[in-house]
Design a protein around this ligand. Structure first.
Ligand SMILES: Cc1ncc(COP(=O)(O)O)c(C=O)c1O
Length: 373
């Protein structure tokens, strides 16, 4: 019987057709492959300044209770976040990373009868979670090279692309992998044009970095726009990518839907303890962000000196055009122990995405790059 020979074919068609998300290459994998050490990973937009020591201490203390199930409602973390953000705890949904929340949003609001709008070069998960539900993806061309924000979201065109069956519009601000961001006025105009039957998912995974450069805080608009959902994460500025904690801030009815769908223990007890303590150490986070933004400016200037163009960035990474196919440049960097991210999956075959590391990591990249171009 066919089902016995090919059990994978029993999966629903939309899922069978998915291409998996391609994460950055882990250091351990490159060590195994090349037998080299002293590897620098600038491939996953992680925060090399690491989490607050208070977060690490809280996670170590939480280990003692690891035999107990976590608090499914994550009471302490939720109340801590609510106080930090100035919102009602009923507006919050916690996720196993904000990735989890993107999946929950798609599962809750999309079916094959619906569509979702996102930008060309928008974060890859938007297309993935949309297609997983069988909904129609509406990918809107990005801004061109002549625009003030090349490769950025064309919010006018995105608003115009919203169809009567569009349930979700995904906007990353700043966006990954481009680093580009949208002016507050353009975001407001899109919100004003979005019908009440469409949710706008404003993904602020890099909020803390962008905010240092003056990008909009979407939470300020929630009271005015019940169809707005803001996503944030502890993976980037708080340095807890491995712990997997993200959150959605939304109208309480949207939070109620997401919380009903969410697996009860989607944020584990170590992660809850670490995130709450990290939130309590704002100076540590702010110092990491300032150091990263200083280095971002330095790396950007060094690229310019090499005659290379990088997109304007309000994240902890740069989109670099290498002036030819990027795959061989990526490979040659790998051979020299520098892991960056190729972007052929985004149809940006002449670009690399390079995370901002510690000053010595960035020095290594800048010293290696001229040898491999
Ligand atoms: C724009 C954007 N949104 C969401 C995520 C998901 O992050 P996490 O699941 O670690 O919170 C990422 C991760 O790189 C991202 O770049």
């Amino acid at each position: 019987m066919e089902s016995e020979l090919h059990p994978g074919r029993l999966a629903v068609p939309a899922v069978r057709e998915l291409s998996p998300y391609q994460p950055g290459k882990p250091i351990s994998e490159l060590e195994r492959e090349l037998g080299i050490h002293d590897i620098v990973k600038l491939a996953s937009n992680e925060n090399p300044y690491r989490p607050s020591p208070q977060a690490l201490a809280a996670m170590r203390a939480a280990l003692e209770d690891v035999w107990l199930y976590p608090d499914g409602g994550a009471h302490d973390l939720k109340y801590g976040l609510a106080a930090h953000l100035g919102v009602d705890p009923a507006c919050l949904t916690l996720g196993n990373g904000s990735n989890d929340l993107l999946v929950l949003l798609a599962e809750a609001f999309l079916t094959p009868a619906h569509s979702a709008v996102y930008s060309q070069y928008g974060f890859a998960l938007y297309g993935l979670v949309t297609r997983e539900t069988g909904a129609q993806p509406i990918e809107v061309p990005a801004l061109g090279m002549q625009a003030p924000m090349p490769y950025g979201h064309d919010l006018d065109a995105m608003a115009a692309a919203i169809a009567p069956n569009t349930r979700l519009v995904f906007i990353a601000n700043p966006n990954n992998p481009t680093g580009t961001w949208a002016p507050a006025a353009a975001l407001k105009a899109l919100l004003a044009r979005t019908p009440a039957t469409t949710l706008v998912v404003l993904d602020e995974a890099y909020f803390e970095y962008g905010h240092a450069l003056g990008t909009q805080d979407g939470v300020a608009w929630l009271a005015e726009h019940p169809n707005l959902v803001v996503l944030r994460t502890f993976s980037k500025a708080y340095g807890l990518a491995g712990a997997r904690v993200g959150y959605a801030i939304s109208h309480p009815e949207v939070a109620d839907v997401l919380n009903r769908l969410r697996p009860a223990f989607n944020v584990n007890s170590l992660a809850q303890a670490g995130a709450l303590a990290a939130l309590g150490d704002q100076p540590h986070m702010r110092n990491a962000v300032s150091a990263t933004m200083r280095e971002l400016a330095r790396v950007e200037a060094a690229f310019r000196q090499l005659g290379l163009w990088s997109a304007p960035s309000a994240g902890n990474f740069l989109l670099l055009r290498v002036g030819g196919p990027a795959a061989p440049v990526f490979e040659r960097l790998l051979q020299r122990g520098v892991i960056v991210r190729p972007l052929a999956g985004y149809r940006l075959a002449d670009c690399l995405r390079i995370s901002i590391g510690l000053p010595q990591d960035n020095d290594r990249l800048l010293a290696t790059l001229p040898q491999v171009l």
